[in-house]
Write a protein that binds this ligand. Structure first.
Ligand SMILES: [Zn+2]
Length: 496
């Protein structure tokens, strides 16, 4: 109701604006507005007074005691049309809104051009108009028009204006999609007449689903199926660490849903949003739903409400190391004894960058006996990773530093007890070492309670097979742990 009222009031303002323009009174707009308002209130006041005082035909309803006037004027504050008539404005043309639709259709046909300009941080509308190369004489008209419709101070960085021009560059119009889905615009009708208007419900929101098989590359196949190029990077970023986008096999498939907004005239509006990413790679299924959590972070969650699952890196090195010693028990050729190796040794040239195996916090950094220069990182889900024999640490890192999966933390060396340059890499799960070559999933966030419920209800509206996805996404089965007593092994003859 309030919305309708605002919109109606705006319409009145706009039509009055047009009237003033036509009559050439624009310079006196505010003064005339003031006078008109005063005249209206005075008239309303006089009418009311005359009704109560001068009319003998009033009757008092004996039951309710309410005064029933036989001829109440139908002028009420909410009835903007009446105010509008009162002021003798040029009525709002039903086809005003079609001015913009017409422009958009011409763009689709190729008779006009359209360019988008996004308001930058600290940028005013006037600066954007200059940046968009709009002729100077149009600036005051545009600013005046917009200021009728919105508070210019409420413009925020990131808002995108669509500027319409003739093919020779002459300005035709400018529109802005407001936060609530309403479009406001100023369209040039002639040299003197610039028409501002606003309309809700001009934006069509469509969810587009694209499915297909991956032939050679994911990006190539998805684009061929109709996925906008800009969305490919969003998908690979969202699944970074979970999916290796360079290796697909025959039979792997994708299923993507994205949101597309178009205006009434058929123009696509800027930001397309990925709503769902489905990938079937070998035997693995990935279902990720876009959801903005309570803290305002837009993240991808699996159907159980877990976000940013990322596998710990198996070889956290920028390069292709050789496994010089695997994890587990083995017979030591010199000592003739069974020795437990608590990590894997990854041999590669001295100085090669070592990266964090997953997102986490550094809990140890410094020399540690046979490990030499050593870093330990705590991750989610009870995981920790440790890195030994480093040549040095990345500048600036200290205990408490947060690191992201793939961030450089140091360099290959042979400090401590090491016969050649290599990384001794350990993965710990709940206080015990596990084979670093296992599949370990770190979960960054788990939706719970009411929020989980809301998320799942939403996800079910996005994909028709959500319930199947939910069933198919059981927690990963933990890899078999080697049978050994970690404490004893590490006290006695552990080999680093
Ligand atoms: Zn080792």
């Amino acid at each position: 109701m309030k919305k309708k009222l605002i919109s109606a009031v705006r319409k009145v303002k706009i039509s009055r604006f047009r009237t003033y323009k036509k009559l050439g009174f624009l310079g006196h707009r505010q003064a005339i507005d003031k006078m008109a308002k005063m005249t209206f209130w005075t008239l309303l006041g006089l009418t009311t007074v005359s009704l109560f005082c001068l009319r003998p035909s009033e009757e008092v309803n004996p039951i309710s005691g309410v005064i029933e006037a036989t001829e109440m004027p139908d002028k009420t504050l909410t009835d903007t049309d009446t105010i509008h008539d009162e002021l003798g404005d040029d009525p709002v043309q039903a086809d005003t809104d079609d001015l913009l639709t017409a422009l958009e259709k011409e763009v689709v046909k190729g008779n006009l051009s359209m360019a988008s300009y996004t308001l930058e941080k600290g940028e005013a509308l006037s600066t954007l108009l200059k940046r968009a190369d709009i002729a100077k004489e149009a600036h005051p008209h545009i600013i005046d028009g917009f200021s009728l419709l919105i508070n210019l101070r409420s413009l925020q960085p990131g808002m995108t204006f669509m500027v319409f021009s003739e093919l020779n560059g002459a300005f035709k119009g400018i529109s802005l999609q407001n936060k609530n889905g309403e479009i406001i615009a100023v369209v040039k009708e002639s040299d003197e007449i610039y028409t501002p208007f606003s309309q809700e419900g001009r934006v069509n929101i469509q969810n587009i689903r694209i499915t297909g098989a991956i032939e050679r590359t994911f990006s190539g196949s998805a684009e061929k199926a109709g996925l906008p190029k800009a969305l490919v990077a969003k998908i690979t970023n969202a699944l970074d660490g979970e999916v290796d986008f360079s290796t697909f096999r025959e039979g792997d498939t994708f299923d993507i849903i994205f949101e597309q907004k178009t205006t009434a005239g058929g123009l696509e509006l800027g930001d397309k949003k990925i709503l769902y990413i489905g990938l079937s790679i070998g035997k693995k299924q990935f279902h990720r739903y876009n959801w903005t959590d309570g803290a305002g972070n837009e993240l991808f969650f699996n159907p159980r409400g877990q976000s940013a699952e990322k596998e710990l890196l198996k070889r956290p090195i920028k390069g292709r190391p050789r496994v010089s010693s695997p994890y587990g028990w083995r017979n030591h050729p010199v000592l003739m004894a069974r020795i437990f190796h608590s990590g894997v040794d990854l041999a590669i040239a001295k100085g090669t960058p070592i990266v964090a195996g997953g997102d986490g916090v550094i809990t140890q950094l410094g020399r540690k006996g046979a490990y030499g220069k050593y870093i330990r990182i705590r991750h989610s889900n009870g995981f920790q990773t440790a890195y030994g024999h480093m040549n040095g640490y990345k500048n600036g890192l200290k205990v408490g530093s947060k690191v992201k999966r793939g961030d450089v933390i140091g360099y290959i060396g042979q400090t401590g007890r090491a016969t050649g340059p290599h990384l001794h890499y350990e993965v710990w799960k709940n206080g015990k070492t596990v084979n670093p070559f296992g599949d370990y999933i770190l979960i960054a966030k788990q939706l719970k309670g009411e929020e989980l419920d809301k998320f799942q209800k939403y996800a079910a509206t996005i994909h028709p097979e959500f319930s199947k996805h939910l069933v198919g996404t059981m927690a990963p089965i933990p890899p078999q742990k080697p049978v050994f007593n970690a404490d004893n092994a590490q006290k006695s003859n552990i080999q680093k």
